[in-house]
Write a protein that binds this ligand. Sequence first.
Ligand code: URA
Length: 450
Amino acid sequence: MSSNASHHALLPQELIRLKRDGQPLPAEEIKAFVQGIADDRISDAQIGAFTMSVFLNGMSREEVVALTTATRDSGHVMQWDSLNLPGPIVDKHSTGGVGDLVSLVLGPWVAACGAFVPMISGRGLGHTGGTLDKLESIPGYDPYPAPERFSDVVKSTGVAIIGQTGNLAPADKRIYGVRDVTATVESIPLITASILGKKLASGLDALVMDVKVGSGAFMPTPEKSRELAKSIANVATQAGTPTTALLTDMSQPLAPCAGNAVEIVETLALLRGERANSRVMQVTRELAVEMLIAGKLVANREEALTKLDKALTSGAAAEVFARMVRELGGPADFMERSDSYLATAPVIQAVYPEQSGIVQRFDTRAVGMSVVELGGGRLRNDASVDHSVGFSDIVEIGDRVDSQRPLAIVHARTEEAAARAAAQLRAAVTVGDAEATADTLLQETFRGEA
Ligand code: URA
Protein backbone atom coordinates (compact mmCIF):
# COMPACT_ATOMS: atom_id res chain seq x y z
CA MET A 1 0.00 0.00 0.00
CA SER A 2 1.50 3.37 -0.91
CA SER A 3 1.60 5.82 1.97
CA ASN A 4 0.42 8.53 -0.39
CA ALA A 5 -2.77 6.65 -1.15
CA SER A 6 -3.53 5.73 2.44
CA HIS A 7 -2.90 9.21 3.89
CA HIS A 8 -4.72 11.34 1.40
CA ALA A 9 -7.39 9.06 0.01
CA LEU A 10 -10.96 10.23 -0.11
CA LEU A 11 -13.41 8.42 2.13
CA PRO A 12 -15.07 5.64 0.07
CA GLN A 13 -18.42 7.44 0.18
CA GLU A 14 -16.82 10.60 -1.22
CA LEU A 15 -15.33 8.70 -4.15
CA ILE A 16 -18.70 7.04 -4.79
CA ARG A 17 -20.40 10.45 -4.61
CA LEU A 18 -18.04 11.86 -7.25
CA LYS A 19 -18.86 9.05 -9.69
CA ARG A 20 -22.54 9.23 -8.79
CA ASP A 21 -22.51 12.91 -9.75
CA GLY A 22 -20.59 12.35 -12.97
CA GLN A 23 -17.34 13.90 -11.75
CA PRO A 24 -13.95 12.53 -12.87
CA LEU A 25 -12.09 10.24 -10.48
CA PRO A 26 -8.36 10.87 -10.01
CA ALA A 27 -6.24 7.79 -10.75
CA GLU A 28 -4.69 7.73 -7.26
CA GLU A 29 -8.15 7.74 -5.65
CA ILE A 30 -9.21 4.76 -7.75
CA LYS A 31 -6.03 3.01 -6.70
CA ALA A 32 -6.65 3.63 -3.00
CA PHE A 33 -10.28 2.49 -3.31
CA VAL A 34 -9.30 -0.77 -5.05
CA GLN A 35 -6.59 -1.43 -2.50
CA GLY A 36 -9.24 -0.90 0.19
CA ILE A 37 -11.35 -3.55 -1.53
CA ALA A 38 -8.45 -6.02 -1.53
CA ASP A 39 -7.76 -5.21 2.15
CA ASP A 40 -11.42 -5.63 3.15
CA ARG A 41 -11.62 -2.04 4.38
CA ILE A 42 -14.35 -1.29 1.83
CA SER A 43 -17.72 -2.97 2.35
CA ASP A 44 -19.78 -4.90 -0.19
CA ALA A 45 -22.38 -2.11 -0.01
CA GLN A 46 -19.75 0.43 -1.02
CA ILE A 47 -18.52 -1.79 -3.84
CA GLY A 48 -22.10 -2.17 -5.06
CA ALA A 49 -22.77 1.57 -4.98
CA PHE A 50 -19.51 2.17 -6.82
CA THR A 51 -20.19 -0.42 -9.53
CA MET A 52 -23.72 0.89 -10.05
CA SER A 53 -22.47 4.46 -10.35
CA VAL A 54 -19.91 3.27 -12.95
CA PHE A 55 -22.59 1.23 -14.71
CA LEU A 56 -24.80 4.32 -15.00
CA ASN A 57 -22.21 7.03 -15.65
CA GLY A 58 -19.43 5.15 -17.42
CA MET A 59 -15.73 5.84 -17.11
CA SER A 60 -13.19 7.78 -19.11
CA ARG A 61 -10.33 5.87 -20.72
CA GLU A 62 -7.97 7.19 -18.01
CA GLU A 63 -10.30 5.97 -15.28
CA VAL A 64 -10.55 2.48 -16.81
CA VAL A 65 -6.75 2.31 -17.11
CA ALA A 66 -6.46 3.28 -13.43
CA LEU A 67 -9.09 0.72 -12.38
CA THR A 68 -7.33 -1.96 -14.46
CA THR A 69 -3.83 -1.32 -13.13
CA ALA A 70 -5.12 -1.05 -9.56
CA THR A 71 -6.93 -4.39 -9.95
CA ARG A 72 -3.82 -5.97 -11.47
CA ASP A 73 -1.68 -4.62 -8.62
CA SER A 74 -4.12 -5.61 -5.86
CA GLY A 75 -2.33 -8.96 -5.48
CA HIS A 76 0.66 -10.83 -6.78
CA VAL A 77 1.99 -9.71 -10.18
CA MET A 78 4.17 -12.35 -11.82
CA GLN A 79 7.70 -11.42 -12.83
CA TRP A 80 9.57 -13.33 -15.50
CA ASP A 81 12.72 -11.21 -15.84
CA SER A 82 14.81 -13.31 -13.48
CA LEU A 83 14.26 -16.42 -15.63
CA ASN A 84 15.97 -14.74 -18.62
CA LEU A 85 13.65 -16.45 -21.04
CA PRO A 86 14.83 -16.32 -24.66
CA GLY A 87 11.49 -15.07 -25.97
CA PRO A 88 8.52 -12.85 -25.17
CA ILE A 89 5.83 -13.60 -22.56
CA VAL A 90 2.55 -13.59 -24.45
CA ASP A 91 -0.97 -14.73 -23.81
CA LYS A 92 -4.47 -14.81 -25.24
CA HIS A 93 -7.84 -14.30 -23.67
CA SER A 94 -11.31 -14.84 -25.06
CA THR A 95 -14.77 -13.78 -24.05
CA GLY A 96 -15.67 -17.46 -24.35
CA GLY A 97 -17.61 -19.58 -26.73
CA VAL A 98 -18.96 -22.97 -27.71
CA GLY A 99 -16.59 -25.47 -29.31
CA ASP A 100 -13.91 -22.89 -28.63
CA LEU A 101 -10.80 -24.98 -28.05
CA VAL A 102 -8.52 -22.25 -29.43
CA SER A 103 -6.36 -21.93 -26.29
CA LEU A 104 -5.47 -25.62 -26.32
CA VAL A 105 -3.98 -25.39 -29.81
CA LEU A 106 -2.77 -21.80 -29.71
CA GLY A 107 -0.64 -22.00 -26.55
CA PRO A 108 1.52 -24.94 -27.71
CA TRP A 109 1.62 -23.63 -31.29
CA VAL A 110 3.06 -20.21 -30.44
CA ALA A 111 5.34 -21.78 -27.82
CA ALA A 112 6.73 -23.97 -30.61
CA CYS A 113 7.50 -20.70 -32.43
CA GLY A 114 9.57 -19.31 -29.54
CA ALA A 115 6.99 -17.55 -27.34
CA PHE A 116 6.44 -18.23 -23.65
CA VAL A 117 2.82 -18.60 -22.62
CA PRO A 118 1.84 -18.62 -18.93
CA MET A 119 -1.86 -19.13 -19.56
CA ILE A 120 -4.30 -18.81 -16.67
CA SER A 121 -7.61 -20.25 -17.83
CA GLY A 122 -11.06 -20.59 -16.44
CA ARG A 123 -13.82 -23.10 -15.98
CA GLY A 124 -16.99 -23.13 -18.00
CA LEU A 125 -19.14 -20.09 -17.37
CA GLY A 126 -22.81 -19.95 -18.34
CA HIS A 127 -23.15 -21.55 -21.77
CA THR A 128 -19.43 -21.36 -22.57
CA GLY A 129 -16.95 -24.16 -22.10
CA GLY A 130 -13.85 -23.83 -19.93
CA THR A 131 -10.32 -24.66 -21.03
CA LEU A 132 -9.58 -26.01 -17.56
CA ASP A 133 -12.52 -28.42 -17.59
CA LYS A 134 -11.37 -29.70 -20.97
CA LEU A 135 -7.79 -30.25 -19.76
CA GLU A 136 -9.08 -32.11 -16.73
CA SER A 137 -10.40 -34.77 -19.14
CA ILE A 138 -6.75 -35.85 -19.20
CA PRO A 139 -6.13 -38.17 -16.23
CA GLY A 140 -3.48 -36.83 -13.87
CA TYR A 141 -3.34 -33.32 -15.39
CA ASP A 142 -2.85 -30.96 -12.46
CA PRO A 143 -4.06 -27.44 -13.24
CA TYR A 144 -2.95 -26.12 -9.85
CA PRO A 145 0.83 -26.60 -9.69
CA ALA A 146 2.85 -24.67 -7.09
CA PRO A 147 4.00 -21.28 -8.43
CA GLU A 148 7.62 -22.42 -8.91
CA ARG A 149 6.44 -25.49 -10.80
CA PHE A 150 4.33 -23.25 -13.03
CA SER A 151 7.32 -21.09 -13.98
CA ASP A 152 9.50 -24.18 -14.42
CA VAL A 153 7.04 -25.65 -16.91
CA VAL A 154 6.68 -22.34 -18.77
CA LYS A 155 10.46 -22.16 -18.98
CA SER A 156 11.09 -25.76 -20.04
CA THR A 157 8.06 -26.24 -22.30
CA GLY A 158 7.13 -22.74 -23.44
CA VAL A 159 3.56 -23.07 -22.23
CA ALA A 160 1.61 -24.06 -19.17
CA ILE A 161 -2.15 -23.82 -19.03
CA ILE A 162 -3.34 -23.73 -15.43
CA GLY A 163 -6.16 -22.46 -13.25
CA GLN A 164 -6.31 -19.27 -11.26
CA THR A 165 -4.78 -19.58 -7.84
CA GLY A 166 -4.72 -17.61 -4.62
CA ASN A 167 -3.57 -14.10 -4.81
CA LEU A 168 -4.06 -13.00 -8.40
CA ALA A 169 -6.07 -9.75 -8.61
CA PRO A 170 -7.97 -10.40 -5.35
CA ALA A 171 -9.85 -7.09 -5.69
CA ASP A 172 -11.59 -8.47 -8.78
CA LYS A 173 -12.82 -11.50 -6.90
CA ARG A 174 -14.77 -9.22 -4.54
CA ILE A 175 -15.88 -6.75 -7.20
CA TYR A 176 -17.06 -9.51 -9.55
CA GLY A 177 -18.98 -11.24 -6.75
CA VAL A 178 -20.81 -8.02 -5.93
CA ARG A 179 -21.49 -7.18 -9.61
CA ASP A 180 -23.04 -10.58 -10.09
CA VAL A 181 -25.75 -9.85 -7.48
CA THR A 182 -26.23 -6.12 -8.14
CA ALA A 183 -27.05 -6.13 -11.87
CA THR A 184 -23.74 -4.48 -12.73
CA VAL A 185 -22.01 -7.14 -14.81
CA GLU A 186 -22.86 -5.64 -18.22
CA SER A 187 -20.65 -2.56 -18.06
CA ILE A 188 -17.80 -2.23 -20.55
CA PRO A 189 -15.48 -0.32 -18.19
CA LEU A 190 -16.06 -2.90 -15.44
CA ILE A 191 -15.69 -5.88 -17.80
CA THR A 192 -12.49 -4.40 -19.23
CA ALA A 193 -10.91 -3.84 -15.82
CA SER A 194 -12.04 -7.25 -14.57
CA ILE A 195 -10.66 -9.25 -17.50
CA LEU A 196 -7.45 -7.23 -17.81
CA GLY A 197 -6.84 -6.86 -14.08
CA LYS A 198 -6.54 -10.65 -13.88
CA LYS A 199 -4.83 -11.21 -17.22
CA LEU A 200 -2.14 -8.54 -16.84
CA ALA A 201 -1.18 -9.91 -13.42
CA SER A 202 0.65 -12.70 -15.23
CA GLY A 203 3.34 -10.22 -16.29
CA LEU A 204 2.84 -10.21 -20.06
CA ASP A 205 4.84 -8.51 -22.81
CA ALA A 206 1.87 -8.72 -25.17
CA LEU A 207 -1.71 -9.95 -25.22
CA VAL A 208 -4.24 -10.91 -27.88
CA MET A 209 -7.91 -10.85 -27.12
CA ASP A 210 -10.57 -12.84 -28.96
CA VAL A 211 -13.90 -11.06 -28.64
CA LYS A 212 -16.79 -13.11 -29.95
CA VAL A 213 -19.76 -11.88 -31.96
CA GLY A 214 -22.97 -13.78 -32.67
CA SER A 215 -25.51 -16.09 -31.05
CA GLY A 216 -22.95 -17.75 -28.76
CA ALA A 217 -21.18 -14.55 -27.70
CA PHE A 218 -20.99 -13.19 -24.16
CA MET A 219 -21.81 -9.67 -25.37
CA PRO A 220 -25.44 -9.24 -26.45
CA THR A 221 -24.93 -7.28 -29.71
CA PRO A 222 -22.18 -6.82 -32.35
CA GLU A 223 -21.95 -3.13 -31.34
CA LYS A 224 -21.23 -4.07 -27.71
CA SER A 225 -18.68 -6.68 -28.81
CA ARG A 226 -16.88 -4.05 -30.93
CA GLU A 227 -16.95 -1.59 -28.08
CA LEU A 228 -15.46 -4.17 -25.71
CA ALA A 229 -12.77 -5.18 -28.21
CA LYS A 230 -11.71 -1.56 -28.68
CA SER A 231 -11.80 -0.87 -24.94
CA ILE A 232 -9.66 -3.90 -24.10
CA ALA A 233 -7.07 -3.24 -26.82
CA ASN A 234 -6.64 0.41 -25.83
CA VAL A 235 -6.79 0.03 -22.06
CA ALA A 236 -4.31 -2.88 -21.94
CA THR A 237 -1.94 -1.07 -24.28
CA GLN A 238 -2.13 2.09 -22.16
CA ALA A 239 -1.56 -0.02 -19.06
CA GLY A 240 1.76 -1.06 -20.62
CA THR A 241 0.92 -4.37 -22.35
CA PRO A 242 0.60 -3.97 -26.14
CA THR A 243 -2.67 -5.67 -27.03
CA THR A 244 -4.62 -6.53 -30.17
CA ALA A 245 -8.26 -7.56 -30.07
CA LEU A 246 -9.87 -9.61 -32.83
CA LEU A 247 -13.60 -9.70 -33.36
CA THR A 248 -14.48 -13.27 -34.40
CA ASP A 249 -17.63 -15.12 -35.31
CA MET A 250 -19.47 -17.20 -32.72
CA SER A 251 -22.74 -17.58 -34.57
CA GLN A 252 -22.15 -21.34 -34.69
CA PRO A 253 -19.93 -23.68 -32.64
CA LEU A 254 -16.33 -22.87 -33.57
CA ALA A 255 -15.03 -26.44 -33.68
CA PRO A 256 -17.36 -29.26 -34.81
CA CYS A 257 -17.65 -30.46 -31.21
CA ALA A 258 -18.62 -29.10 -27.80
CA GLY A 259 -17.87 -30.74 -24.49
CA ASN A 260 -14.67 -31.69 -22.71
CA ALA A 261 -13.06 -34.97 -23.85
CA VAL A 262 -14.57 -34.53 -27.34
CA GLU A 263 -12.76 -31.18 -27.62
CA ILE A 264 -9.49 -32.75 -26.50
CA VAL A 265 -9.86 -35.37 -29.25
CA GLU A 266 -10.32 -32.57 -31.77
CA THR A 267 -7.39 -30.60 -30.31
CA LEU A 268 -5.06 -33.54 -30.88
CA ALA A 269 -6.21 -33.90 -34.48
CA LEU A 270 -5.66 -30.19 -35.10
CA LEU A 271 -2.21 -30.27 -33.51
CA ARG A 272 -1.34 -33.17 -35.83
CA GLY A 273 -2.06 -30.84 -38.71
CA GLU A 274 -5.37 -32.41 -39.68
CA ARG A 275 -8.01 -29.90 -40.77
CA ALA A 276 -5.51 -27.03 -40.95
CA ASN A 277 -8.08 -24.85 -42.73
CA SER A 278 -11.07 -25.54 -40.50
CA ARG A 279 -12.85 -22.57 -38.97
CA VAL A 280 -11.31 -23.12 -35.55
CA MET A 281 -7.81 -23.29 -37.07
CA GLN A 282 -8.39 -20.12 -39.07
CA VAL A 283 -9.24 -18.22 -35.89
CA THR A 284 -6.37 -19.83 -33.99
CA ARG A 285 -3.94 -18.94 -36.79
CA GLU A 286 -5.03 -15.27 -36.85
CA LEU A 287 -4.55 -15.00 -33.09
CA ALA A 288 -1.17 -16.73 -33.36
CA VAL A 289 -0.03 -14.31 -36.07
CA GLU A 290 -0.87 -11.37 -33.82
CA MET A 291 0.96 -12.96 -30.89
CA LEU A 292 4.13 -13.59 -32.88
CA ILE A 293 4.10 -10.06 -34.28
CA ALA A 294 3.32 -8.43 -30.93
CA GLY A 295 6.02 -10.56 -29.29
CA LYS A 296 8.48 -9.39 -31.99
CA LEU A 297 9.29 -12.98 -32.97
CA VAL A 298 8.54 -12.09 -36.59
CA ALA A 299 8.53 -8.88 -38.58
CA ASN A 300 5.27 -9.35 -40.43
CA ARG A 301 2.28 -11.53 -41.20
CA GLU A 302 4.02 -13.52 -43.96
CA GLU A 303 6.89 -14.47 -41.68
CA ALA A 304 4.42 -15.40 -38.98
CA LEU A 305 2.45 -17.67 -41.30
CA THR A 306 5.61 -19.41 -42.51
CA LYS A 307 6.81 -20.01 -38.97
CA LEU A 308 3.41 -21.26 -37.83
CA ASP A 309 3.04 -23.60 -40.76
CA LYS A 310 6.42 -25.11 -40.06
CA ALA A 311 5.68 -25.57 -36.35
CA LEU A 312 2.49 -27.44 -37.22
CA THR A 313 3.69 -29.64 -40.07
CA SER A 314 6.95 -30.57 -38.33
CA GLY A 315 5.02 -31.88 -35.33
CA ALA A 316 6.67 -29.33 -33.04
CA ALA A 317 3.37 -27.87 -31.79
CA ALA A 318 2.01 -31.34 -30.99
CA GLU A 319 5.23 -32.18 -29.18
CA VAL A 320 4.91 -29.04 -27.01
CA PHE A 321 1.36 -30.03 -26.07
CA ALA A 322 2.49 -33.56 -25.20
CA ARG A 323 5.26 -32.17 -23.07
CA MET A 324 2.99 -29.75 -21.23
CA VAL A 325 0.62 -32.61 -20.42
CA ARG A 326 3.47 -34.76 -19.16
CA GLU A 327 5.06 -31.97 -17.11
CA LEU A 328 1.75 -31.21 -15.43
CA GLY A 329 1.11 -34.79 -14.38
CA GLY A 330 -0.64 -36.32 -17.38
CA PRO A 331 0.36 -39.56 -19.14
CA ALA A 332 3.70 -39.52 -20.95
CA ASP A 333 2.13 -41.33 -23.93
CA PHE A 334 -1.05 -39.28 -24.04
CA MET A 335 -0.68 -38.28 -27.69
CA GLU A 336 -0.14 -41.85 -28.82
CA ARG A 337 -2.77 -43.48 -26.63
CA SER A 338 -5.32 -40.75 -25.94
CA ASP A 339 -8.18 -43.18 -26.67
CA SER A 340 -7.25 -45.30 -23.71
CA TYR A 341 -7.15 -42.27 -21.38
CA LEU A 342 -10.16 -40.19 -22.38
CA ALA A 343 -13.56 -41.05 -20.95
CA THR A 344 -16.22 -42.10 -23.42
CA ALA A 345 -19.94 -41.73 -22.77
CA PRO A 346 -22.17 -44.80 -22.36
CA VAL A 347 -24.67 -43.51 -24.93
CA ILE A 348 -23.45 -42.24 -28.31
CA GLN A 349 -26.12 -41.52 -30.92
CA ALA A 350 -26.61 -39.59 -34.14
CA VAL A 351 -29.07 -36.69 -33.99
CA TYR A 352 -31.02 -36.43 -37.24
CA PRO A 353 -32.92 -33.31 -38.27
CA GLU A 354 -36.73 -33.23 -38.32
CA GLN A 355 -36.64 -32.23 -41.98
CA SER A 356 -33.95 -32.46 -44.59
CA GLY A 357 -32.44 -29.28 -45.98
CA ILE A 358 -29.58 -26.85 -45.46
CA VAL A 359 -28.37 -25.60 -42.11
CA GLN A 360 -29.32 -21.90 -41.93
CA ARG A 361 -28.33 -20.82 -38.45
CA PHE A 362 -27.57 -21.86 -34.89
CA ASP A 363 -28.74 -20.72 -31.51
CA THR A 364 -25.21 -21.29 -30.29
CA ARG A 365 -25.98 -20.34 -26.70
CA ALA A 366 -28.63 -23.09 -26.61
CA VAL A 367 -26.11 -25.65 -27.89
CA GLY A 368 -23.78 -24.64 -25.06
CA MET A 369 -26.55 -24.88 -22.47
CA SER A 370 -27.43 -28.32 -23.78
CA VAL A 371 -23.85 -29.46 -23.12
CA VAL A 372 -24.12 -28.02 -19.60
CA GLU A 373 -27.36 -29.97 -19.08
CA LEU A 374 -25.75 -33.18 -20.31
CA GLY A 375 -23.36 -32.71 -17.38
CA GLY A 376 -20.48 -31.22 -19.40
CA GLY A 377 -20.70 -27.93 -17.49
CA ARG A 378 -21.98 -26.77 -14.15
CA LEU A 379 -25.32 -25.50 -12.95
CA ARG A 380 -23.77 -24.77 -9.53
CA ASN A 381 -20.18 -23.68 -9.23
CA ASP A 382 -19.28 -26.45 -6.77
CA ALA A 383 -20.61 -29.22 -9.03
CA SER A 384 -18.34 -31.65 -10.84
CA VAL A 385 -18.20 -32.08 -14.59
CA ASP A 386 -18.80 -35.19 -16.70
CA HIS A 387 -15.89 -35.08 -19.12
CA SER A 388 -17.29 -37.70 -21.49
CA VAL A 389 -20.47 -35.93 -22.62
CA GLY A 390 -21.22 -33.36 -25.31
CA PHE A 391 -21.65 -33.20 -29.06
CA SER A 392 -19.22 -34.21 -31.81
CA ASP A 393 -19.45 -34.08 -35.59
CA ILE A 394 -21.58 -30.93 -35.45
CA VAL A 395 -22.59 -29.64 -38.87
CA GLU A 396 -21.81 -26.14 -40.11
CA ILE A 397 -24.01 -23.45 -41.57
CA GLY A 398 -24.47 -24.28 -45.27
CA ASP A 399 -24.20 -28.06 -44.79
CA ARG A 400 -26.95 -30.34 -46.11
CA VAL A 401 -28.64 -32.58 -43.54
CA ASP A 402 -31.19 -35.36 -43.95
CA SER A 403 -32.10 -38.79 -42.63
CA GLN A 404 -28.61 -40.01 -43.54
CA ARG A 405 -26.61 -36.95 -42.46
CA PRO A 406 -27.10 -36.01 -38.81
CA LEU A 407 -26.83 -32.61 -37.15
CA ALA A 408 -24.31 -34.06 -34.71
CA ILE A 409 -23.47 -37.06 -32.56
CA VAL A 410 -24.61 -36.74 -28.95
CA HIS A 411 -22.51 -38.26 -26.16
CA ALA A 412 -24.60 -38.77 -23.04
CA ARG A 413 -24.72 -40.53 -19.68
CA THR A 414 -28.20 -42.02 -20.25
CA GLU A 415 -30.74 -42.61 -23.03
CA GLU A 416 -33.01 -39.98 -21.47
CA ALA A 417 -30.24 -37.38 -21.37
CA ALA A 418 -29.38 -38.16 -25.00
CA ALA A 419 -33.00 -37.76 -26.09
CA ARG A 420 -33.34 -34.45 -24.25
CA ALA A 421 -30.11 -33.11 -25.74
CA ALA A 422 -31.14 -34.29 -29.22
CA ALA A 423 -34.41 -32.36 -28.95
CA GLN A 424 -32.54 -29.29 -27.73
CA LEU A 425 -30.09 -29.50 -30.60
CA ARG A 426 -32.89 -29.84 -33.17
CA ALA A 427 -34.49 -26.74 -31.69
CA ALA A 428 -31.17 -24.86 -31.78
CA VAL A 429 -30.39 -25.54 -35.44
CA THR A 430 -32.57 -23.97 -38.13
CA VAL A 431 -32.82 -26.08 -41.29
CA GLY A 432 -34.30 -24.59 -44.48
CA ASP A 433 -34.26 -24.73 -48.24
CA ALA A 434 -32.11 -21.72 -49.11
CA GLU A 435 -28.36 -21.86 -49.65
CA ALA A 436 -26.64 -20.45 -46.57
CA THR A 437 -23.18 -19.16 -45.81
CA ALA A 438 -21.48 -18.63 -42.49
CA ASP A 439 -20.71 -15.15 -41.22
CA THR A 440 -17.19 -13.83 -41.81
CA LEU A 441 -14.90 -15.53 -39.34
CA LEU A 442 -12.50 -12.67 -38.62
CA GLN A 443 -14.59 -9.56 -38.58
CA GLU A 444 -12.29 -6.85 -37.34
CA THR A 445 -8.89 -6.21 -35.79
CA PHE A 446 -8.28 -3.54 -33.15
CA ARG A 447 -4.68 -2.70 -32.37
CA GLY A 448 -4.34 -0.90 -29.06
CA GLU A 449 -3.34 2.74 -29.14
CA ALA A 450 -0.82 3.82 -26.56
N1 URA B 1 -15.17 -12.13 -17.40
C1 URA B 1 -14.53 -11.52 -16.39
O1 URA B 1 -13.52 -12.01 -15.91
N2 URA B 1 -15.02 -10.38 -15.91
C2 URA B 1 -16.12 -9.80 -16.42
O2 URA B 1 -16.50 -8.76 -15.94
C3 URA B 1 -16.78 -10.44 -17.46
C4 URA B 1 -16.27 -11.61 -17.95
